[in-house]
Design a protein around this ligand. Sequence first.
Ligand SMILES: NC(=O)c1ccc[n+]([C@@H]2O[C@H](COP(=O)([O-])OP(=O)(O)OC[C@H]3O[C@@H](n4cnc5c(N)ncnc54)[C@H](OP(=O)(O)O)[C@@H]3O)[C@@H](O)[C@H]2O)c1
Length: 230
Amino acid sequence: MNANNRPFVFINMAMSADGKVSTVRREQLRISGAEDFERVDSLRASSDAIMVGIGTVLADNPSLTVKSAKRRKERVNSGLPENPVRVIVDSVARTPVESDILNVGTGRRIIAVSERAIVEDIDRLGAKADIMVCGKDEVDLEKLLYLLCSQGVKRLMVEGGGTLNWSLLCHGLVDEIYIYIGNMIIGGDSAPTPVGGTGFIRPDELLRLRLISMEELDEGVLLKWRVLQR
Ligand SMILES: NC(=O)c1ccc[n+]([C@@H]2O[C@H](COP(=O)([O-])OP(=O)(O)OC[C@H]3O[C@@H](n4cnc5c(N)ncnc54)[C@H](OP(=O)(O)O)[C@@H]3O)[C@@H](O)[C@H]2O)c1
């Protein structure tokens, strides 16, 4: 637990050269290559938990498991579960029971819901995941991070999407951002970007970052940023 009673939180996303994370149809695309795939797998293996928004679960159906058998074995040898805890931010409990995140690979799943979720849906998902009720209308992310931290999550990887990223960033809940920029143009006014939401308006509201590193990877570039807390 750090001084803020929350885990170390980092966002990892891949975007095109024109700053889009998927198409206007919100369909997933392969933006990076094999080297970046290994980097992401290693980041997953180094995390206690991985968080995504329900929008990403519905659009991409990710499993968010550690893909390398060697890395899974290393985790087990150091007393950890094969896969990090997988956390879905889902106010009204609409995660499909058959989604890969709930069915592929071993390990604990948590679905964070708000008080708007109805008992039938909570019961439906309760067999596959632990349900945490936090927040009235939407998931209270600060509270969720506190609860995760109190349950041993010290390092949390966030894998999108832009709506969840925005909420975490504008509440000051993110420490670092890793963005892979791939060698393609996706285009489209409404294609999602790494950070959505309502956005900042005034120049003095903008969240400032400090560049940690810049690295060529596959056919693109990996940028690592530290978020400067206000
Ligand atoms: N290239 C990449 O690296 C990458 C990675 C991930 C996703 N993506 C793309 O991103 C898109 C999905 O992103 P998205 O922005 O639509 O969805 P998202 O960020 O994955 O999920 C957002 C949803 O989470 C729920 N939520 C509950 N509490 C919240 C809170 N406090 N703050 C924010 N959200 C909260 C809301 O739905 P409820 O109100 O129903 O709870 C909200 O609509 C897809 O196109 C996917 O392909 C790309």
